[in-house]
Design a binder for this molecule. Structure first.
Ligand code: PMP
Length: 359
């Protein structure tokens, strides 16, 4: 830390992204990226001419992309906000709307706490149930804004649309932000509810189902007023937060929805098969509707399994704290990736691993 850092940031604990080691080639199942490349349409659009146009600024209004996204949900561009990844949008939302406090589950996306601390937002966490579920009744008629990932991360568990509606309708004067980063893999989007509730903001990303994690693109859908507020924050920080190539890639992604829909179907099928195989090996695995599994075993502790898999060239995510200390989050890759994972787990469990206390 330098002597120039604003004192209010001195004790800020930054978010720790999943590791991206470069020492060798790993099967990467630790950051929930898509195992599939962007569509042919996206790849063809990012041609030499577009690259040479990088000398020009992108459209700060992102008109074409916002109109295309809006049309998917029966909206005009004024109901859609886009920015540099959904992290950017979450950051803006905490900055813009949450000065009176925010509530989120104790086990959820780690960035919520960081944004709250960054912006001096008072926050409270609500414990998940024993089975790691968000209990909707804990969020009824509250005095704070509410942020819920649905499906939740890292558990992958979903609330139903009617449970989300209960929360939104019982808090008419609080903003309810639903982070749908993983909804395309089996959840039900709350975007249609934004037509009836002006206190609901739904945040989405192209990073997972849209195979565009490296492009950095997210969007939010909600009432025009909320979107205008987010635009104000964006124009007060970086009006060009989305670069030209990513904007174009986003537009083509929307055009090629069929390709991405099929990828999501394959990922969900691979997820369910991998879940069943892990359960057969004695793992406790939540019923994830996301592109990852959340698993623990009483035969091996989470940290030992994470390390043993890493040795074998497979990266999974280990959080190492509290109630989820014994769990690993495993992103869904290709069939071949998951076969390699299952084989490695079998070897580790069957072999003479000495992670647990044998004697
Ligand atoms: N929300 C959740 C629940 C996530 O897991 C992630 C990915 N780390 C994000 C938001 C952010 O995704 P991105 O910034 O890539 O859109």
């Amino acid at each position: 830390m330098s002597r120039f850092l604003n004192e209010k940031y001195a004790s800020l604990e930054a978010y720790t992204p999943g590791e991206q080691p470069r020492d060798k080639k790993y099967i990467k199942l630790n950051t929930n990226e898509s195992p599939f490349p962007p569509s042919d349409g996206v790849l063809a659009a990012l041609n030499e001419r577009e690259v040479s146009d990088l000398r020009l600024y992108p459209d700060p209004e992102c008109r074409v992309l916002r109109e295309k996204l809006g049309a998917l949900f029966g909206y005009g561009a004024e109901h859609v906000f886009v920015s540099n990844g959904s992290d950017d949008i979450l950051n803006f939302a905490f900055m813009a709307f949450c000065e009176n406090g925010v509530l989120f589950p104790d086990i959820s996306y780690g960035f919520y706490k960081v944004y709250a601390e960054l912006h001096g937002v008072p926050y409270e966490t609500v414990p998940l149930t024993e089975e790691f579920r968000v209990a909707p009744e804990d969020y009824i008629g509250k005095n704070q804004n509410i942020v819920i990932a649905n499906p939740n991360a890292p558990t992958g568990l979903c609330l139903s649309l009617s449970e989300i509606e209960q929360i939104v309708s019982s808090n008419p004067d609080r903003l309810v932000l639903i982070d749908e980063a993983y909804v395309d893999f089996g959840g039900e989007s709350a975007i249609p509810l934004t037509k009836r509730y002006d206190n609901l903001l739904v945040v989405r990303t192209f990073s997972k189902s849209g195979s565009l994690a490296g492009g950095r693109l997210g969007f939010a859908v909600g009432n025009e007023g909320l979107i205008a507020d987010l635009e104000k924050i964006k124009y007060s920080t970086n009006p060009y937060s989305i670069n030209r190539l990513t904007l174009l890639a986003g537009e083509k992604t929307v055009d090629d929805r069929e390709y991405y829909r099929e990828n999501c179907r394959i990922i969900a099928e691979t997820r369910d098969d991998t879940r069943d195989a892990l359960r057969k090996m004695g793992f406790y695995v939540t019923d994830s509707k996301a592109n990852f599994l959340f698993a623990s075993s009483d035969k091996i502790d989470g940290e030992t399994l994470y390390k043993a898999l890493r040795e074998k060239g497979i990266l999974v995510r280990y959080f190492g704290k509290g109630r989820i200390r014994n769990f690993n989050r495993i992103s869904i890759g290709t069939r071949a990736d998951m076969d390699a994972l299952l084989k490695a787990v079998e070897e580790i469990l069957g072999g003479d691993f000495l992670g647990g206390n044998f004697f």
